[in-house]
Every structure is written in C-alpha cells, then in structure tokens.
Write a new protein. Sequence first.
Length: 94
Amino acid sequence: MAQISGVSAVIGADTHKVIETPEYEFNGELMVPITQTDGEQEHYLGRLDSTFEVVDGKMTLVDSHGFLYDATNVSADPEIQAIIDDYRAGMNKQ
C-alpha cells in the first residue's frame, strides 16, 4: 500500500507484527510511515502524529512520528467492559 501514489500513511492490521516506531517506505513522492500494533498477543495502543501542508494545492505529508502505548496492565473500564460483554454474548447466540 505504501507504494501507491497518494497514500500518506499505512495503519496496518492483522499481520501480528508490532512496529514500535513507524517504518518508512519511499513511494516515489514521499516517505510513507507504516505502523501497526499487532492486536493478537500484544496489547498496545498506537499513536501516529502527522503534519500536513498545502503544497501546489494538495495536502502533503511533511512530517510524522509515532509510538506505542503499552496497555498490558491497564484495567478495563467497567462500563466499557459491560458493553463488550453484552456484544460478545449476543454474538454467541447467533
């Protein structure tokens, strides 16, 4: 995806790879940041800060940086957990 013209960033999923700080790939126009938090065995929340400027009438990525928050020992919010549990219970009935 990073090779496609017009793509400014890639937020990956489902390859079970943790990218702690963005990797970059040049797509012929700009360096495209690629980031991912895994999601299967690891518990991270990813952050990617991007700065865009208007260049020749188009929004252009000029800077980016990112990192992961380790959410391993973060306690679940009881209200949110109840919503998730209700959703899962409904899915199991189908």
